[in-house]
Design a protein around this ligand. Structure first.
Ligand code: UDP
Length: 239
């Protein structure tokens, strides 16, 4: 698997937690800052699509712990991601960037349905495509969907932004002060070591299809723009 930086087309995964500024809901100042960075990268010529998590609203697993049916809770989680998509769309358009939201659960008033070939066409025209509602399937995560959408829409890399960590470590840096960050690692190593920073399903999908992944931290000025422009950042994971 080759890392083809600078990229022509990428999928950027954004953490929902960051969108909420650490709280439940939306933090417009934060979203505006992210939109500015994406706009800057798009203007430099990179084709960009985005998947946003929903952790600032609901996580299916947490609702399940509180007594809800898992599948229904996951649908609630997926609907949460759509609110993040609309918020990012708003701030990207304020930056003068054309956007389309495509959702895996159809909701014609606010978004197009997910149509991969149309998504690619939008990107060719310089529009940012924002994928909402995950895969439309319970028991999946937005990390896994990011890998799937990147593959289906011909992206050269999936850029996984994380909050609280700036890459892949050999153990959890939040609990182990001696944890070391990898600059480069293979999917086989990540899976063998059971590294939890990204879903195993996302790792194995990328591994089988030889799609490079960059795992990087959202904290730090301009990190999103740097990742999209293909600068060296975070951890590179390849097959
Ligand atoms: N979800 C789902 N299927 C998908 C994507 C998401 O069921 O294909 C649900 C799941 O409940 C998840 C929630 O949507 O907890 C929000 O997504 P995620 O936890 O991945 O958000 P993040 O942690 O990245 O903010």
């Amino acid at each position: 698997a080759e890392d083809l930086r600078p990229y022509k087309r990428v999928l950027l995964k954004l953490s929902g937690e960051v969108f909420g500024g650490g709280k439940v809901g939306l933090d417009p100042a934060v979203i505006k800052g992210i939109a500015k960075q994406i706009a800057e990268a798009v203007r430099s010529g990179v084709q960009v699509s985005v998947v946003i998590g929903g952790g600032n609203f609901f996580r299916g697993a947490q609702l399940q712990e509180q007594g809800m049916d898992r599948a229904r809770a996951d649908y609630i989680g997926m609907l949460g991601t759509v609110m993040n998509c609309l918020a990012l769309q708003d701030f990207l358009e304020k930056e003068g960037i054309d956007t389309r939201v495509q959702t895996a659960i159809t909701m014609g008033q606010v978004a197009e349905p997910y149509i991969p070939r149309r998504a690619m066409r939008h990107m060719e025209k310089g529009r940012v495509v924002i994928f909402g509602a995950g895969a439309g399937m319970p028991y999946f995560s937005t990390d896994t969907v990011s890998a799937q959408r990147a593959l289906e829409t011909g992206c050269q890399a999936v850029l996984m932004s994380k909050s609280g960590v700036d890459g892949v470590y050999d153990s959890d840096p939040r609990t182990n002060p001696d944890a070391r960050r990898y600059e480069h690692l293979t999917y086989a190593e990540a899976l063998a070591k059971n590294l939890k920073v990204i879903d195993a399903a996302a790792f194995s999908l990328c591994s089988e299809n030889k799609l490079p992944m960059i795992v990087f931290g959202m904290e730090g000025e301009g990190n999103v723009a740097r990742a999209v422009r293909g600068e060296k950042i975070g951890t590179l994971v390849t097959a």
